[in-house]
Design a protein around this ligand. Structure first.
Ligand code: HEM
Ligand code: HEM
Length: 479
């Protein structure tokens, strides 16, 4: 299919108007959606594999290989792929200048796809460092470093050459993402290669665990929090047409969030041999994180003052406000999970995937859907094909996400209670297999929720396809 020329590039020769590169934004959007569909499809498949083991059709299609494929495609393919698109868009607009190097950005697009494709192949072949969210073996780590350096240089140089003196909050979150991911990744990647596809961590024992979860939780911070916040702060005012409630609050929340996140990783290691004081520190900082997280939630809500009617008739606002609401709930639930006594109850149970997917399917994906819809007139030069379908998409993904999380929370509480139940003589009331068998109905429900979510994603893709093909052309001034 031939795409119409992106709006920002149709004004060659107009010296007043910065020459924005929207073509690269569009191409990153397409590829991130491609990897997002892969992630959701594999998510649905692994959900059913847990209840119907026959679906483990071959060793390379077994749950153990597909689960990391799902998480990598979801977080890195869909998540980071969309952040590349949206960071390029937001940075150009906020700096009022075109991208520093279009060639470098184009190289980055293909390097990104090559990296994710190589990740998929090696994971299916069973190569893994066995570190969650850092499974890929060392040659792929090198590809990721190249990818990140190329991206960072292009964004930083665009910011350096900016025509706008003031740096809006989104740019702060973007820069934090660039620096944060680089530091976390390099430290956790330290390993000794013993062959082309095998390496051993440079750290040993509890140090290894501690570094891994310092990385793991800050991947939540620097990949699943700061980028969607950068996007939220930009696209909420753009969608409502009124400015953000408080720039000062956004800056205070930013610096306190960055300061606090880096100490919390060991909340994944409560009740382990990691030194007690490190666990307590992580617990305390996790609780403190409620304040900066809610600083942004409140800023978002207060920005809606006088605009709440837009929840009725603006589908972009629906996605964004539900997104920030899930972020608010996520950042209350997370700190509670970091409290030792509560962790002793829910750790290792289905409760945790419930938490995870409120963040990924709810917070992160909702904000991304809104931002991509907002971009359609810019990248296709056409109005959205159908607002009705966008609303249907909203209700399907909302229902899918809620059913997923709620069913897992109920399953998790039941599982934890059964594990802890004791007879008067001190023996366990239930065997492991008895508890497992009680989880089946909940896993069926999760599979069904995945199909609902997938249907929502299909409507989204159809709507974008029809927009590119048949949407009404936008007036040049609006672009
Ligand atoms: C104040 C903010 C947050 C805190 C303190 C927090 C805390 C926690 C804790 C304690 C766990 C471990 C649960 C366990 O295994 O016992 C966890 C897991 C997780 N959280 Fe959060 N959370 C927060 C926000 C978020 C957000 C916004 C996301 C975005 C999607 C998120 C994604 C995850 C993920 C992916 C895991 C699973 C990690 C694993 O593989 O074990 N969290 N969180
Ligand atoms: C239809 C949608 C989805 C379904 C059905 C689904 C299903 C699943 C399943 C079955 C697991 C394994 C849970 C376990 O270990 O017990 C999982 C884990 C995970 N998924 Fe999804 N998923 C979906 C969407 C997504 C998306 C869009 C993302 C990211 C953007 C994502 C990120 C993750 C992460 C980070 C984990 C690891 C959780 C943990 O370790 O606790 N998922 N998912």
């Amino acid at each position: 299919m031939k795409f119409p020329a992106p709006a920002g590039q149709r004004k060659e020769g107009d010296m007043e108007r910065p020459q924005y590169d929207y073509a690269i934004v569009r191409d990153f959007v397409h590829w991130s959606i491609f990897w997002g569909i892969a992630a959701v499809l594999v998510g649905v498949l692994i959900s059913f594999q847990l209840v119907a083991p026959k679906l483990n059709l071959a060793p390379w299609l077994s749950y153990g290989r597909l689960r990391p494929l799902h998480t990598n495609a979801g977080i890195f393919g869909w998540g980071i792929g969309s952040f590349f698109a949206l960071f390029y868009y937001v940075t150009q607009r906020l700096c009022r200048t075109g991208i520093w190097s279009r060639k470098l950005a184009r190289f980055q697009l293909w390097w990104f796809n090559a990296t994710i494709a190589a990740a998929a192949v090696t994971l299916l072949l069973g190569y893994s460092q066995s570190k969650e969210y850092h499974e890929l073996e060392w040659p792929l780590d090198i590809m990721i470093v190249v990818l990140w350096v190329v991206f960072s240089v292009n964004i930083v140089m665009t910011i350096v050459r900016r025509k706008e003196e003031q740096m809006y909050i989104s740019l702060w979150y973007i820069m934090a993402t660039l620096v944060g991911v680089a530091v976390l990744f390099i430290v956790n990647a330290a390993a000794v290669p013993v062959s082309l596809f095998k390496s051993y961590s440079a750290y040993a024992g509890t140090n290894d665990a501690n570094v891994q979860w310092w990385f793991g939780h800050n991947a939540v911070a620097m990949v699943l929090t700061t980028p969607p916040l950068a996007i939220f702060y930009y696209f909420l005012p753009k969608s409502t047409g009124v400015p953000i409630y408080s720039h000062r609050l956004s800056i205070i929340a930013f610096w306190s969030l960055i300061f606090m996140y880096l100490w919390t990783g060991a909340h994944h290691l409560l009740w382990t041999p990691v030194p007690d004081w490190i666990q307590t520190l992580a617990m305390a900082f996790s609780l403190m994180l409620i304040a900066p997280s809610w600083g942004s939630v409140i800023n978002g809500y207060l920005s809606m003052n006088g605009q709440w009617h837009q929840m009725r008739d603006n589908y972009l606002v629906k996605f964004l406000i539900l997104g920030i609401t899930f972020y608010g709930l996520q950042t209350l639930q997370g700190p509670l999970q970091a409290v030792r006594s509560f962790s002793a109850f829910i750790h290792y149970t289905e409760w945790v995937p419930g938490h995870v997917h409120m963040g990924t399917m709810g917070w992160v994906s909702m904000v991304l859907f809104a931002a991509i819809y907002y971009l359609t007139p810019k990248i296709y030069g056409r109005e959205i094909y159908s607002e009705k379908l966008a609303n249907l998409h909203f209700w399907l993904v909302l229902t899918g996400q809620l059913v997923y999380s709620v069913s897992m929370w109920i399953a998790g509480v039941m599982q934890a209670s059964m594990w802890q139940a004791m007879n008067p003589d001190g023996s366990l009331t239930y065997s492991f297999v008895e508890v497992l068998s009680k989880l089946y109905p909940y896993w069926w429900v999760r599979g069904a929720s995945g199909i609902i979510y997938l249907a929502g994603v299909a409507v989204f893709v159809y709507n974008l396809y029809m927009t590119a093909k048949n949407g009404r052309a936008v007036a040049e001034a609006a672009a």
